[in-house]
Design a protein around this ligand. Structure first.
Ligand code: NAP
Length: 258
């Protein structure tokens, strides 16, 4: 779709959460297509294997699969993951926090407490636990990145979006705190993306009556994700990006010979 520098992510090891579907799947394939060694993290092994096959079929570097349920992620498992990445890949350069669940859209007074805990654990607490465990590896990278995935309902409160909206509000704060803490201490660039309305199964379940053809394809987001995961975004620390804008701008920034 876009003619981008094929080697823009050469020699980078990138972990993508929620790599089995939607935006995470497309990002993982796109990262691999542009030279990265990708670690596919997700909960449904069949979906991860399909992405693995897709990446191998395009002749990109063989990815790794990590089947893990973020809803039950604890510190010990995250530490184990860090050791596994260190042992098998030697390093980690980019962490894309992408996985999330929507939860039910109901008034807060009717929100089920178990579901509340599940959404907060998946969308927020696992991000903290994973970031904490993997930060030492990312700090060792010569050009580290942490990319958070936000949402419009993490900026403007929206009735009935309950725990999902609250988790995304908290992520906005989390990314800001982390970027301030890393400002003068590490070469890890922290950014956030609000993808905006994108044609995925999450979008379909949020807006079942919507005509999906009117919603942008995940592919249009890829220049932005490639830009943020790649070497040209070194100066973007602490910034937030919208997937609804400037697709061609991002594409132009990473086009052509190096
Ligand atoms: P999606 O199609 O539903 O994909 C989400 C991915 O996250 C799936 O692969 C899913 O795994 C994985 N995941 C969910 N819970 C998990 C868990 N407990 N452990 C491990 N993996 C888990 O969603 P999407 O639309 O691509 O959304 C990706 C990100 O963009 C999310 O952070 C979302 O909030 C954000 N976003 C999306 C839109 C949009 O319009 N699509 C707009 C704003 C923000 P399974 O495949 O196994 O279910």
């Amino acid at each position: 779709m876009f003619n981008l520098r094929k080697d823009i992510l050469a020699n980078r090891v990138i972990l993508v959460t929620g790599a089995g579907d939607g935006i995470g799947k497309e990002a993982a394939v796109s990262f691999a297509e542009h030279g990265a060694q990708v670690i596919l993290l997700g909960r449904t092994i069949k979906k991860l294997e399909k992405v693995y096959d897709q990446i191998c079929q395009i002749g990109a570097q063989e990815p790794a699969i990590v089947q893990l349920d973020l809803e039950t992620l604890d510190e010990a498992t995250s530490e184990q993951l860090k050791e596994t990445i260190q042992d098998n890949c030697g390093k980690l350069d980019v962490l894309l926090h992408n996985a999330a669940i929507l939860g039910t859209r109901v008034p807060l007074e009717n929100y089920d407490s178990k579901e509340w805990a599940s959404v907060i654990q998946t969308n927020l607490t696992s991000v903290f636990v994973l970031t904490k465990a993997l930060l030492p590896l990312l700090k060792k990278s010569v050009d580290g990145r942490i990319i958070f995935t936000n949402s419009s309902v993490g900026k403007t409160p929206r009735a009935y979006w309950g725990a999902y909206s609250v988790s995304k509000f908290a992520l906005t704060g989390f990314a800001k705190i982390l970027s301030e803490e890393l400002e003068n201490t590490a070469k890890v660039v922290v950014t956030s993306v609000n993808p905006g309305a994108t044609r995925t199964s999450m979008r379909r379940s949020a807006y079942p009556g919507e005509d999906p053809r009117k919603i942008k394809n995940v592919k249009t987001l890829m220049p932005l994700y490639l830009y943020l995961a790649g070497p040209d975004s070194r100066h973007e620390h602490g910034k937030e990006f919208s997937g609804n804008q400037q697709t061609w701008d991002w594409a132009n920034r990473i086009k052509g010979p190096r």
